[in-house]
Design a binder for this molecule. Structure first.
Ligand SMILES: [Zn+2]
Length: 271
């Protein structure tokens, strides 16, 4: 074996070690607890806010989502929500479906629609994304794109702009713990033929709902609740709309002092 060969081999080993080291540093970065701070820093570096609210959030003149809601601002830039709620999570709602083997329907993330165009059949894809911080804030977005990725990205941005704060509490007579693990009272919502009813549940019950609405309730931070639905719930989009209608109605119901005290109602974040 020539000297050159040995040298090359040494170099190779060295390079391999380097790669390994790089991977290790990347990994340790990912496991850092301040990952949400990194996310905010990243947005702050690349984002050029356009709206009045965006500029105020960017300059740190507004530092909480509660303030945005209290002052009645309309959120037009998704970055605002990412900065004020850094632990926001995304979930894709499976709205598409093809009849699967054995008669069941296989759910897929995107819904395909085709319409006639002068150049032939034109296909577009629709996606629905729900975002939430698992602590009183949740939103949905529905969008169209030329491919699945585009539709999902657009829906994810829209979901941030649509974020709402929800009321939580303990309206379960079996539980009566005054903690915000459930809802303060029973509430209903409607969209098209679908009606949804949310019923407060006792601590430890969990979310009693099918997979797609369960994603919404989990991201909202509602831990114990029963969901009852009526109508054609196979149209997932209406099902999710009806659920959001119910969550919105939670805020509309006038709660008197006694109910607030009894159920421990909170609006939005629990401290
Ligand atoms: Zn309770």
């Amino acid at each position: 074996m020539s000297e050159e060969n040995t040298a090359n081999k040494d170099k190779e080993i060295k390079e391999e070690n380097n790669v390994q080291q790089q991977e290790e540093t990347q990994e340790s970065k990912e496991t850092q607890p301040n990952i949400t701070i990194n996310k905010v820093e990243k947005i702050m570096k690349s984002w050029v806010p356009k709206t009045e609210l965006g500029k105020k959030v960017y300059r740190r003149e507004i530092t909480s989502i509660e303030e945005v809601f209290e002052k009645g601002y309309i959120i037009r830039e998704p970055e605002i929500v990412d900065i004020l709620l850094p632990d926001l999570e995304d979930e894709i709602i499976l709205i598409g479906g093809t009849p699967g083997k054995g008669g069941g329907i296989k759910r897929i993330p995107v819904k395909t629609t085709a319409r006639m165009h002068k150049s032939g059949r034109k296909r577009s894809l629709h996606a629905m994304v729900v975002v939430g911080n698992k602590n009183g804030y949740v939103g949905y977005g529905y969008a169209k794109g030329n491919d699945a990725r585009e539709a999902i990205e657009k829906a994810s941005r829209k979901a941030r702009l649509n974020i709402i704060s929800i009321r939580r509490g303990c309206g379960s007579w079996e539980c009566n713990c005054h903690q915000p693990h459930s809802l303060p009272f029973k509430v209903t919502g409607k969209s098209g033929s679908v009606k949804v009813e949310l019923i407060p549940g006792p601590r430890g019950l969990g979310i009693v709902a099918s997979s797609e609405p369960k994603k919404v309730l989990r991201l909202a931070g509602i831990q114990d609740v029963w969901l009852r639905s009526f109508g054609n719930t196979r149209t997932r989009i209406n099902f999710i709309y009806a659920l959001f209608d119910a969550l919105n109605n939670l805020n509309k119901i006038r709660a008197n002092e006694a109910v607030i005290k009894e159920t421990g109602v909170i609006e939005g974040l629990s401290k």
